[in-house]
Design a protein around this ligand. Structure first.
Ligand SMILES: N[C@@H](CCC(=O)N[C@@H](CS)C(=O)NCC(=O)O)C(=O)O
Length: 198
C-alpha cells in the first residue's frame, strides 16, 4: 500500500525534514517529533539556484546520501488529513519543482524512547539531479555558502539555522560534516561578522 493511501487511512501523514524543513517547515502540522532515520548521512552536496543561490552562484543545501552505518537527525511533522493536500502541494513546489528533490519513504525513529517508529515522507536530491554538486572539502563548501544567496535568504543562514537546531534539539549528536563546515565558515569571518538574528 502506498504511503499516501496509508495516510488517508490513518487521517494523517508524517513528513521528515533534515535541512531547512527542520527550522522553516511553512506548512500546517499538528505535532512534531525530533528523531532520526537510519541508513542515510546528511551532506551539503546539493546545489540550489533559487532559494539560497542563483544561476551564477548556486548555493549548497542539504541532501541525504545512502550509508548503512549512518543516521540523520531531524524533525518529523504530522500533517492532518485536512491539510494533507495543501501541504503536499506546497512542498511539491518548494522541494521538487524549485529544489530538485524527489520523495522517498523512510522509517523515522523518535528521540522519545516511549514513541514507536513511524513511516514518513522525505525529500532527497540524488546525484542524477542537474543541480547536484556532489562532494567537496569543508573549506570549499563553506566558501561557496559564504557568497551565495537567493530568493529566501543567504546560504549562511541556512547552514547556521541547521547547526543551531542540532545544538538545541540534538545536543548529544556529533554531526561532524555540518559542524566542520560551520567552523570553516566562521574562519572566513573571524571577527564574528556573521550572527543569526533572533
Ligand atoms: N529536503 C530537505 C532539504 C530541504 C531544503 O532545504 N530545501 C530547500 C530547497 S533547495 C528549501 O526549501 N529552502 C528554503 C529556504 O532555504 O528557505 C529537508 O527535508 O529539510
Amino acid at each position: 500500500m502506498k504511503l499516501i493511501d496509508m495516510a488517508h487511512e490513518k487521517n494523517s501523514l508524517w513528513i521528515f525534514g533534515y535541512g531547512s524543513l527542520v527550522w522553516k517547515p511553512d506548512f500546517a502540522y499538528k505535532r512534531r517529533k525530533v528523531g532520526y532515520i537510519k541508513g542515510y548521512k546528511r551532506r551539503f552536496w546539493h546545489g540550489d539556484d533559487f532559494h539560497r543561490g542563483d544561476k551564477e552562484k548556486p548555493g549548497r543545501v542539504a541532501t541525504l546520501v545512502e550509508d548503512e552505518e549512518a543516521c540523520t537527525w531531524g524533525v518529523a511533522y504530522e500533517v492532518p488529513e485536512s491539510h494533507m493536500e495543501e501541504s503536499l502541494q506546497y512542498l511539491n513546489v518548494r522541494e521538487v519543482m524549485m529544489g530538485g528533490y524527489i520523495t522517498e519513504i523512510v522509517e523515522f525513529v523518535p528521540k522519545e524512547k516511549s514513541h514507536t517508529p513511524l513511516l514518513a515522507l522525505v525529500y532527497i536530491a540524488t546525484s542524477d539531479n542537474p543541480i547536484y554538486l556532489g562532494p567537496a572539502s569543508d573549506v570549499e563548501i563553506a566558501a561557496q555558502i559564504s557568497i551565495s544567496s537567493g530568493k529566501t535568504g543567504h546560504n549562511i543562514e541556512y547552514l547556521l539555522r541547521l547547526a543551531e537546531f542540532m545544538r538545541l534539539c540534538c545536543p548529544e549528536v556529533e554531526d561532524e560534516h555540518l559542524f566542520s563546515i560551520e567552523a570553516a565558515l566562521l574562519k572566513i569571518f573571524p571577527h564574528g561578522e556573521i550572527t543569526l538574528s533572533a
